[in-house]
Design a protein around this ligand. Structure first.
Ligand code: PMP
Length: 390
C-alpha cells in the first residue's frame, strides 16, 4: 500500500497517472490546435461512452448538479409537469431543480434501499400528463441502481422525454442511451470516469434537441442554454473552435485522457470490472456481518456500496479508524440513514488490489471500534468472488 490512503469515497476518486499529468499540463489557449484536438476527442469519446451515436454531447465547466440543471433548464418550461423517480437524495434534487424552473414535480419516492416499481411509474404516467421523466441511474445516497430502459420506453409511449442522471454510473455501469431510448443522459467528471472534478457532461438525443428547439419560452439560464453552446460543441468536433464561455482547458485535456483510457480498456471489460468490484465488496461486508442498504442484490450498484453500521458503532469513530488503516471512505448521506450508514466508492481506476486493501482497512477499522471480526475474513470473501469469476 502507498503511504497515502486510497481515496474510496463516491467521488472525487484517485486519478490514473496519465490523467493527472494531462490535467497539470501547461495552460494553453482554448483556440490552440492541441486543445481543439483534445476537446474534439473528448466529445467523440463521450458519445461512445454513452452509447449514443446520434447524440449531441455538451461538456461544460461545472459539477454534476450543473449537468442536472442544464438538462432541466433546456427541456422544462414554466407550467410543465415532471415525474421524478427518486431513489434518494439526488432524485429529490431533480424535483427541487424542476420546481425552481416553475414546473410541477410529481415525485415517486422509494424507501432508502428500494427502487420505485415499474407499476407505480406506469400508474403515475396514466394519472399525470408529464413532459419529462427523471431517473437516477445510481443514487449515491443509497447505492441503489434503477433499470432505466423499461422506464424510458414507457415514458416514450406516453409522449414524455426521459432524463437519466448518470453521475454515479456512467463509466462504471452499462449504458446504451440510444437503444434504451434515453433522451438526455448526464454525468460529471469526478466519479467513474476517473477525471478531476469540475466538468458536467450531457448527451442530448435528436428528440431532446427537437423538444428544446420547439420551446415556447427562452431557456431561463443564460449559461446553460444550448443555443449558446451548440455551435461551440459542433465547432470543436469539426476542428473549428469558437468562443462562448472559456472552457476549462486543463480539465478537458484530463477528461480526454480518461475517456481514452476507458475506450482502450474496452467498455464491456470496464463494466464487468466494476460489476465484480461491487459484488466482491458486498461479499466482503456480508462476511464481516455488515448489512447492505440496497434490499436486493440485483438493485445494488457496481460503482459504490452503501452499508449499515453495525449496532453500537459510530461513524465518528469508524471513519478515522478506517483511514488510519489505509482507506478514506464516506459517511451516510440519505437523511433517513445518514448516521447509521457508510459508503465505499469503487469506481474509475480501482482494481482488485485496491479494493482488497480497502476491505481490509474496513475490517481493521471495525475491529478497532469493537466489532467482533476474525482477521483476514474480508480479504478471503473478496478473493472468493474474484476466483469464481476467473
Ligand atoms: N447525481 C448523483 C447521482 C450524484 O451522485 C451526485 C454527486 N454525488 C450529483 C448528482 C451531483 O453532482 P455534483 O456533486 O458533482 O454536483
Amino acid at each position: 500500500m502507498s503511504d497515502r490512503p486510497h481515496l474510496m469515497i463516491p467521488g472525487p476518486v484517485d486519478l490514473p497517472d496519465s490523467v493527472r499529468a494531462a490535467s497539470g499540463a501547461p495552460a494553453r489557449s482554448h483556440l490552440s490546435p492541441t486543445f481543439v484536438d483534445s476537446f474534439g476527442d473528448a466529445l467523440r469519446r463521450t458519445r461512445v461512452l454513452f452509447g449514443a451515436p446520434s447524440g449531441q454531447p455538451f461538456i461544460l465547466a461545472g459539477s454534476g448538479t450543473l449537468a442536472m440543471e442544464a438538462a432541466a433548464a433546456n427541456l422544462i418550461e414554466t407550467g410543465d409537469a415532471v415525474l421524478v423517480i427518486s431513489t434518494g437524495v439526488f432524485g429529490d434534487r431533480f424535483a427541487a431543480i424542476a420546481e425552481r424552473l416553475g414546473a410541477e414535480a410529481h415525485v415517486l419516492r422509494a424507501e432508502a434501499g428500494e427502487t420505485v416499481s415499474f407499476d407505480a411509474v406506469a400508474a403515475a404516467l396514466e394519472r399525470h400528463a408529464v413532459k419529462v421523466v427523471t431517473v437516477t441511474h445510481v443514487d449515491t445516497s443509497t447505492g441503489v441502481r434503477c433499470d432505466p430502459a423499461p422506464i424510458a420506453a414507457l415514458a416514450r409511449d406516453h409522449g414524455a422525454l426521459t432524463i437519466l442522471d448518470g453521475v454515479c454510473s456512467v463509466g462504471g455501469e452499462p449504458l446504451a442511451q440510444e437503444s434504451w431510448g434515453i433522451d438526455l443522459a448526464l454525468t460529471a467528471s469526478q466519479k467513474a470516469l476517473a477525471a478531476p472534478a469540475g466538468l458536467a457532461l450531457l448527451v442530448a438525443s435528436p428528440e431532446a434537441l427537437d423538444a428544446w428547439s420547439r420551446r415556447r419560452t427562452p431557456v431561463r439560464s443564460y449559461y446553460v442554454d444550448w443555443g449558446n453552446w451548440l455551435p461551440i460543441m459542433e465547432g470543436y468536433e469539426a476542428g473549428t473552435p469558437g468562443y462562448f464561455g472559456t472552457p476549462a482547458v486543463g480539465l478537458v485535456a484530463a477528461l480526454a485522457e480518461s475517456l481514452s483510457l476507458a475506450v482502450e480498456e474496452g467498455l464491456d471489460r470496464r463494466m464487468e470490472r466494476h460489476r465484480l468490484l461491487g459484488a466482491a465488496c458486498r461479499a466482503a461486508l456480508h462476511a464481516l456481518d455488515v448489512s447492505i442498504v440496497p434490499v436486493r442484490e440485483e438493485i445494488a450498484a457496481s460503482t459504490l456500496t452503501c452499508a449499515f453500521l453495525p449496532e453500537g458503532i459510530e461513524l465518528g469513530a469508524l471513519l478515522p479508524a478506517v483511514r488510519a488503516a489505509g482507506a478514506v471512505i464516506a459517511g451516510g448521506l440519505h437523511p433517513k440513514i445518514r448516521t447509521r450508514s457508510f459508503r465505499i466508492g469503487h469506481m474509475g481506476a480501482v482494481d482488485r488490489g485496491i479494493l482488497a486493501d480497502t476491505v481490509a482497512a474496513v475490517e481493521e477499522g471495525l475491529a478497532a471500534c469493537g466489532h467482533p471480526v476474525r482477521r483476514g475474513t474480508a480479504r478471503r470473501a473478496l478473493a472468493e468472488v474474484f476466483d469464481e469469476a476467473a
